[in-house]
Design a protein around this ligand. Sequence first.
Ligand SMILES: [Zn+2]
Length: 385
Amino acid sequence: MTSFQFSTVPHLIAEPGGAARVGALLAERFPNARHALIVTDAGFLATGLLAAPRASIEQAGIHTSVYSGVVADPPEHVVLAAVECARREGADIVIGIGGGSSMDVAKLIAVLAATDQPIATAYGIGNVKGSRLPLIQIPTTAGTGSEVTNIAIVTTGETTKMGVVAPQLYADIALLDASLTLGLPPLVTAATGIDAMVHAIEAFTSKHKKNPLSDLLAKQALSLLSKNLLRACQHGSDIEARQAMLVGACLAGQAFSNAPVAAVHALAYPIGGIFHVPHGLSNSLVLPHVLRFNLSHAAQHYAELAAVVVPDATGSDEARAEALIGAMQQIAAATGIATRLSQVGITEADLDRLAEDAMKQTRLLGNNPREVSWEHARAIYAAAL
Ligand SMILES: [Zn+2]
């Protein structure tokens, strides 16, 4: 067996209702904490779901401030405003409660508020200097897995994004509480859930860093996600299905944080960047077409995953891999989310530019089981149109 490394957060708590007792947890684990900065977005703040966790933190004798200025695909100035807020309030612990964007901003606050490092020098891999403030992550969607990854994405230009990747970005604690996800609309539940499934699939076929642990996590993630996605979409208040989705998304996050994602994400990013299509939906739109493109190089791996998602599939590796692709298409169709690029306003005339932008995602494309050229990327988009 080839050598491998595996990293994740040191402490994971999966407990429906657990966010309401986060104060006791902080008091126990961080007895010196005096002031917590809660990082979220205006939408989650408006749900009122922050009240219980915030009250529990105050009850534990820790002051709280809330930064709710996070927006999707957070621009750099939002990150800097959040860091400034943490310094002004004297925060000595950071709690991200929200989707991937809120948790990504929380990571950067924890890192940048503790040092004088300018954000411009933190982009890239392993460029974060020094230690960070204590960091707790509590996801409110079952998708990104950001609570257990070591990467934060920042929008630095009109459509360009940069990533900060560093071991310091792994949180001290990730807390999975499905009660925070009960109100998610079905279409958001579907798109974020399919994104999590893509994380598992791409981790399982990742070219360079696939390893026995990421494989194990990816399979278990796919099992939980495929069994519970439609249930969570159709019965939003089903706490068991919601918790299973949250755990599935977290396991997929642990998998792809070590065995990184590939061409599905590379082709999805330009759709989000240019057309402002949400990340999960962008992935779902290109997923079956990228998998079909990869078939010649990954049929055996896809067949292994078919055993998890469509256990009654039989025949050759290729046949079972096709069954996996078909099952993913059926799941997407059953949720009612868009399944064609034309449904999100993309036309034939856009395909050259999309393919051009996808080719810039060299970090992701390098993980794909099959090499992707501009012509390939364009053909995949054309198939998805
Ligand atoms: Zn993703």
